[in-house]
Design a protein around this ligand. Structure first.
Ligand SMILES: [Zn+2]
Length: 595
């Protein structure tokens, strides 16, 4: 099948975008919200366990109903963002979401008040299904301020930290960059210039890097003002909320603990040498004495041009998943047969790839743009892992237990990538093919586990600096970034001076009220590498454990998920398991290159 024809079929949700069933569903969901408000507003804080159970079940009925509408509108819009019909539905549903959100805001506040008043309630047998969900709410409730204080924070942020964030993205989207592409001078938007960073031509990569970071650096003091204000504001808010550190809020939302993250980062630092060994090997493959910063994720030359049709990708991924276990392929097969994937590249479609779960259909929908590269096949295998996770979770959990924290949300997706890696390595017809697969995997994992760790250190350094009373001007912030970066890269990479400004363009450093965005990525990558290491040791005995973990959804903590595999995530040496997996890939590549 030509990729141009691979569009999804959303009729399981609604027949089409003008069908009266959409209005019917909106009316039903609105009625459910009204009834919920009438029944529970002002009453939740005093409920007993049995009544709370009824309340949680009611909110689940509403959430499930409403999710069909929001899912349909967001999927239709992502697939065709320029069509007036998808735009108007999307706009209408967004407004409805805001209205319903305000109408039901009392639910979380009152649930918090209930848990404050009666912290033992989640141990009542009636609430067994919701134990961990309530534990998570309770952990956060302790840091909630009064209603007026919470309102004041929202109001001050609107023209405070939110505006600093806006300024950063406005800057990026209104500048033009002078880039020489294959010897030809061009003026490009940020998105276009940024797209050239992994360009096959080295001189083009150099020009794009120097142009982007050179221009960013010229306005460095502006970015420093924004970041300094956002971080200082966060220090104040964290103190008001009684958080023991600027990181604590993110630990709560990620459902994890400080010492676990400290161990993780320490293990990465101790093993940065393995990543550097890969980078030096890559320099050799690129016939360079040492990699420049513009070579870190550059494609290798002279490798076979691995391209795949959509059908080939489908067969490969299905085969990779079924080598693990035949039932484990159920979701993958269904996603293709039910046409739940929109893979055709086209104008007006959202960039990138995502998988959205469809709770009521016990399924999911994937959007990607498949152009036939090896990396496109990996993206599809990754997203089908998310669909597999949804498949198991939606069959075992109620909807409140499908709120999976980002550190465990990647279990099946990264696992799926590794299943595909193993298959491709086993079936590679030449050393060159193996090299292509290994470099792709190592480039990605190197960025996610190692370079992202440098970003966490950078953020930590900013807060330490503030606590010591230092002033974060542009050059000071740059020195924190280059110090963190060099802890990972050491002598394996040389940097253009312009790269000190690298931090200025990362939008997540400026995300108001969501700090420390990065470490969950490191956790997810290393956790799944550890799981795969365990799978290689245990073979088929591992299969039911993985299914159990995926079926648990968010009803268990990440620590309890680890226990399913007899793995203690809290043990100081736990993360070394994941490193072993990464090291094996580097060793394989070294073996092939020395042939
Ligand atoms: Zn993912």
């Amino acid at each position: 099948m030509a990729t141009q024809k691979v569009t999804w079929d959303l009729s399981e949700l609604f027949p089409n975008i003008t069908d009266p069933k959409i209005n019917q569903a909106i009316t039903e969901a609105t009625t459910l919200a009204n009834t919920f408000e009438k029944t529970y507003h002002g009453k939740i804080a005093n409920l007993n366990a049995d009544d709370l159970l009824q309340c949680l079940r009611s909110i689940e009925v509403f959430t499930a109903k409403f999710s069909d509408i929001t899912l349909y509108s967001s999927l239709s819009f992502s697939a065709n963002m320029t069509l007036p019909l998808t735009q108007s539905l999307n706009d209408r549903i967004k407004k409805l979401q805001a209205t319903v959100g305000t109408q039901l805001a009392f639910y979380e506040l009152e649930l918090g008040a209930l848990l404050k008043r009666n912290p033992q309630i989640f141990q009542e047998p009636a609430l067994n299904n919701y134990r961990h969900m309530l534990e998570r709410v309770y952990r956060d409730v302790k840091h909630q301020l009064s209603e007026v204080e919470e309102q004041l924070i929202i109001e001050k942020d609107q023209f405070g930290v939110d505006a600093w964030k806006e300024l950063q993205s406005k800057w990026l989207n209104t500048r033009m960059f002078d880039v020489t592409v294959y010897g030809e001078k061009k003026m490009l938007s940020y998105a276009e210039a940024n797209g050239l960073l992994p360009h096959p031509d080295r001189a083009t990569r150099e020009s794009a890097n120097k142009s982007i970071y050179g221009l960013l650096g010229k306005d460095g003091e502006i970015f420093a003002s924004a970041l300094r204000s956002i971080c200082n504001d966060w220090v104040n808010v964290s103190k008001r909320r009684n958080h023991i550190s600027p990181m604590e809020s993110s630990l709560i939302s990620n459902d994890t603990e400080q010492h676990i993250i400290d161990n993780l980062l320490k293990t990465i630092e101790e093993n940065a040498g393995i990543y550097r060994r890969y980078l030096k090997l890559k320099a050799k493959l690129m016939e360079l004495p040492v990699l420049g910063n513009h070579d870190i994720v550059a494609p290798l030359h002279g490798l076979p041009d691995l391209t795949f049709t959509y059908k080939q990708a489908q067969d490969l991924i299905t085969q990779a998943y079924s080598r693990f276990d035949t039932q484990y392929t159920s979701a993958v097969k269904e996603m293709f047969s039910k046409r739940h994937i929109d893979a055709a590249p086209r104008f007006g479609k959202r960039n990138g790839a995502f998988c959205e779960s469809h709770y009521n259909g016990k399924s999911a929908y994937i959007l990607n743009s498949f152009n036939g590269t090896l990396s496109d096949v990996f993206t599809l295998a990754h997203e089908l892992g998310h669909a597999t996770h949804d498949w198991y979770t939606s069959r075992s959990q109620t909807i409140l237990n499908t709120d999976i924290s980002s550190i465990t949300a990647e279990i099946a997706s990264i696992f799926g990538e590794l299943l595909l890696t193993d298959l491709l390595l086993d079936e590679a017809k030449s050393d060159a093919q193996q090299k292509a697969v290994l470099c792709l995997i190592l480039d990605e994992a190197g960025m996610t586990a190692f370079q992202v760790t440098a970003r966490v250190w950078f953020e930590q350094a900013l807060y330490t600096s503030i606590q010591k009373g230092e002033f974060l001007d542009y050059k000071t912030i740059c020195s924190h970034w280059t110090a963190a970066r060099n802890r990972i890269y050491g002598d394996a990479v040389t940097w253009f001076p312009e790269m000190e400004a690298e931090w200025t363009m990362k939008p997540h450093y400026y995300m108001a009220n969501y700090r420390f965005y990065s470490y969950p990525y490191v956790y997810a990558q290393m956790f799944v590498y550890s799981l795969y290491e365990q799978y290689l040791k245990e073979g088929k005995a591992f299969v039911p454990k993985l299914k159990k973990a995926l079926s648990a959804g968010s009803s268990l903590s990440p620590l309890e998920i680890g226990n399913i595999f007899n793995l203690n995530v809290a043990a100081p040496d736990f993360w070394n398991n994941g490193i072993k997996m990464f090291e094996r890939f580097v060793n394989n590549l070294q073996k092939i290159t020395s042939h």
